[in-house]
Write a protein that binds this ligand. Structure first.
Ligand SMILES: [Zn+2]
Length: 314
């Protein structure tokens, strides 16, 4: 039921369209509920959250990236969480600085996975807006920059502003790197973060309700006995860094509240397992469609900037 679901569920923004979106989302759910009636809860594996962070690394004496990684390592929900960090590998105040390179090295040494967000010194520029040669070169250089700090290299790309086209997808394939979007977002990107963070619990809960419906329909792929659900956050957001442990609580507690079964280890704790899960999800290119697209700038959503932000929806 992707057809209009892509556009109807994710396609627009603004209060004027809120009711339309809500109605459309309800319509999208109906087929899943029918499917769910035929699926046994016992047969469906539990969920494991795959945390991803965009835009970093955040450098400086009070690095937000470090602050987040400290909380992932040491928290009362599940110590030792590993995550996937999509970096801006060449921007002078991100991965293109000595401190940024050191942080990428530390992230790798800490057992996390590095992915590519942007490989151009221009930084956070959408991939469809780059000339084909520039994009191809940025992917090559981005992968190289990550490999130089991390022997595991970069297997995944999260395009800035989620924007992509058939041409950029082909460029990723040529570069040997897989696009990974997300199922749920904290909406902590620079445009919406200040609004949505105020109602982060209710926002994530509604995303998890959508995850539960897709799970009940048996549509989420199983990897190593769990269903990986990709969560998008930003390690350059000070609010996120201040509240990382709270986000972990919210994900687990709201899942329990809505009856969404989680694996005994509700987050990834192993780099290889995380990479396997990301690979399976990237191969399918189907995602739980909810409010993630709200992270997309209005200019892209309204067509003033080039880019296709529609995603395949379960
Ligand atoms: Zn970004």
């Amino acid at each position: 039921m992707q057809f209009n679901g892509i556009d109807m569920c994710n396609g627009f923004i603004g209060l004027v369209f809120y009711r339309l979106r809500a109605t459309a989302r309800t319509l999208c759910f109906l087929p899943l509920l029918v499917c769910a009636a035929g699926a046994s809860a016992q047969q469906v594996a539990p969920v494991r959250f795959l945390l991803t962070f965009d835009d970093g690394p955040d450098v400086g004496p009070n690095s937000l990236t470090v602050k987040i990684q400290q909380q992932l390592a040491d928290n009362p929900v599940m110590p030792g969480i590993k995550a996937l960090f999509f970096v801006q590998s060449a921007h002078k105040i991100r991965g293109g600085s000595d401190a940024g390179r050191q942080l990428m090295r530390d992230t790798c040494t800490g057992g996390h996975v590095l992915g590519l967000h942007s490989g151009t010194p221009r930084g956070h520029v959408t991939h469809p807006s780059l000339a084909p040669d520039e994009l191809a070169e940025s992917l090559v250089q981005g992968k190289l920059a990550i490999e130089q700090q991390c022997p595991h290299g970069a297997a995944f790309v999260r395009p800035p502003d989620w924007a992509y086209t058939d041409a950029t997808l082909a460029a990723y394939q040529n570069a040997g790197i897989e696009m990974l979007q997300a199922d749920a977002s904290a909406n902590d990107g620079k445009i919406y973060g200040w609004i949505v963070s105020l109602r982060r619990r209710s926002h994530l809960r509604s995303s998890l309700e959508r995850v539960a419906q897709v799970r009940a329909a048996g549509q989420l792929p199983e990897v190593d006995g769990a269903l990986p659900v990709i969560v998008a956050l930003h390690d350059t957001n000070s609010y996120t860094a201040e509240h990382m442990t709270e986000y972990l609580h919210i994900l687990v507690e709201e899942s329990a509240a809505i009856g969404l079964p989680l694996a005994s280890a509700p987050f990834y704790a192993n780099r290889d397992a995380l990479a396997r899960a990301a690979h399976v999800r990237a191969q399918k290119q189907l995602y739980v469609c909810d409010k993630t697209a709200l992270s997309t700038p209005i200019a892209v959503r309204l067509g003033f900037k080039e880019g296709d932000t529609r995603r395949g929806c379960f």
